[in-house]
Design a protein around this ligand. Structure first.
Ligand code: NAD
Length: 481
């Protein structure tokens, strides 16, 4: 399937790009080109910010609409996205290597649910509250939309991560300039089509596919009021520095190296624990920020845990992302595979022991595949135990007692997710509460749209999702009356 787009979605219409530069995404399962889209350069970003600015600043416009009216648009948008589910799922899967089954579960359906959830919150949130003044009179406290939002997303979950920003921004009355990542842009054109069909007013959503340069230009643009970023920790730091200098509000969802703590009472039968454990550790070929890639096992059951994880990894079907049977697809690019293979080499050099994987799967001559890989005998301070690999690579570390497990889990520069595996959910929750991360699951892990999602330490600043995610797009204004 060849995708070809010639114009950019800016100001509610399709406009000619400034240059003839193209982005040409490649299918990581086959190494075949998928088509082309225009690359937005600085002048296109300027046009998008202008359109978003105008839509936001116009009196009686989007920001001034009754929340109910915005909610109706958002619900229509969700319906139009649902009508394009299969196209979106296959576009995502063929660009970033996400197994099609995963794309159908997470990249479609879930984003429209998030839009509907925030449409609901737009209806029920009290945006204005009047308080009796302590010094006489009263004070009206209004939640005012923060303004034009620069939303910058990575390639691994282009739909989910865009909606985490667009939905609360729209509910709050903000307008958005979205910059997708060059590796996963085709699906953003389907989103633009859905927005157009839903009657999203001109300038409320603008899309500028481009690379780091376009992103950097957008972040520091004088017409932008807030930045919402998901991506790597180094890029997040660079963006935070710019926003710090500009005193520009910023939300950062960054990398992770989460711990999966297996307690000594866990049921290690693959039939009981297998599916959720695989989901929490390998989803999207390991290219998911919150995965529990450090498995912590009690010394008393270390061999059992290693055997279970090894067997699960060894039997995962690896193949073309568009094949329905595939659970592990390729890595997104050749460079990403090199990076992951570099980590595997470092792990070996550090003295960790491979129990399965470590190479390229047999029989797949094309595509950027890496075998699901498990390391044991991993030292706590090692590169393997500390750095985000972003591929299908797990390490299993032993612990002495729960105290030790919590210490190892917290011995990380990151703090995004985590899991606890146990037969006693209450005991699991008690352990989970001691882990310093923004989110954590007991016997499962899936971010729920009703609850804040995000990280501490190197995993980021601020939260998306839940009512907290809406607040990030509102600024309080106090009127003394
Ligand atoms: P990346 O940081 O290289 O790029 C992310 C996006 O930011 C892209 O659109 C890129 O073009 C843009 N960008 C890069 N540098 C920029 C800059 N200086 N200014 C403005 N824009 C810039 O990340 P990636 O490799 O595409 O994605 C993988 C990373 O994303 C992983 O580290 C992963 O953990 C993280 N991630 C985090 C979450 C989360 O919610 N915490 C979710 C998914 C992915």
């Amino acid at each position: 399937m060849k995708h070809r787009h010639e114009n950019l979605y800016i100001g509610g219409t399709w406009v000619r790009p400034t240059t003839d530069r193209l982005i040409t995404p490649v299918n990581p399962s086959t190494e075949e080109p998928l088509g082309s889209v225009p690359e937005a350069v600085e002048a296109d970003v300027d046009a998008a910010v202008r359109a978003a600015r105008e839509a936001f600043d116009t009196a009686g416009g989007w920001a001034d609409w009754e929340p109910e009216r915005r909610a109706e648009v958002m619900e229509r948008f969700a319906t139009e996205l649902d009508a394009r589910s299969e196209r979106i799922a296959s576009a995502v899967s063929s660009q970033n290597g996400m197994p099609i089954g995963v794309a159908r579960q997470l990249e479609v359906g879930y984003p429209s649910a998030v839009l509907r959830y925030y449409a609901g919150l737009a209806r029920t949130t009290e945006f204005t509250e009047t308080r009796a003044g302590l010094l006489g009179g009263s004070v009206e406290v209004r939640g005012v939309p923060v303004g034009v939002v620069a939303a910058i997303v990575p390639w691994n979950y282009p739909q989910v991560l865009s909606t985490f920003k667009i939905a609360p921004a729209m509910a709050a009355g903000c307008t958005v300039v979205l910059k997708p990542s060059p590796e996963a842009v085709l699906d953003s054109f389907v989103v633009a089509e859905a927005a157009e069909a839903a009657g999203v007013p001109a300038g409320v959503l603008n899309i500028v596919p481009g690379g780091r340069e376009a992103g950097a230009h957008l972040v520091s643009h004088p017409g932008v009021d807030k930045v919402a970023f998901t991506g790597s920790t180094p890029a997040g730091r660079a963006i935070a520095e710019v926003c710090g200098r500009l005193l520009r509000p910023v939300t950062l969802e960054l990398g992770g190296k989460s711990a999966g703590i297996v307690l000594d009472d866990a049921d290690l039968n693959p039939a009981t624990i297998g599916e959720e454990l695989v989901r929490a550790t390998f989803t999207n070929n390991g290219q998911t920020c919150f995965l529990s890639t450090r498995i912590l096992a009690p010394r008393s059951r270390y061999t059992e845990v290693v055997d279970l994880v090894t067997e699960l990894a060894r039997t995962l079907p690896v193949g073309d992302a568009l094949d329905e049977r595939t659970l592990i697809g390729p890595l997104v690019t050749a460079q990403q595979r090199e990076r992951v293979e570099g980590y595997i080499a470092k792990g070996r050099a550090e003295g960790a022991r491979l129990t399965t994987g470590g190479g390229r799967p047999a029989g797949l001559d094309r595509g950027w595949f890496v075998e699901p890989t498990v390391f044991t005998d991993v030292a706590g301070g090692s590169v393997l135990a500390q750095e985000e690999i972003f591929g299908p690579v797990l390490c299993v570390l032993p612990y002495d007692d729960v105290e030790d497990a919590v210490r190892i889990a917290n011995d990380s520069d990151f703090g995004l997710g985590g899991t606890v595996w146990t037969s006693d959910a209450e005991r699991g929750a008690a352990v989970a509460r001691r882990v310093r991360t923004g989110t954590i699951g007991v016997n499962r892990y899936l971010p729920d749209p009703i609850a804040p999602f995000g990280g501490v330490k190197g995993s980021g600043l601020g939260r998306e999702l839940g009512p907290e995610g809406l607040r990030a797009y509102l600024q309080p204004q106090s009127l003394y009356l």
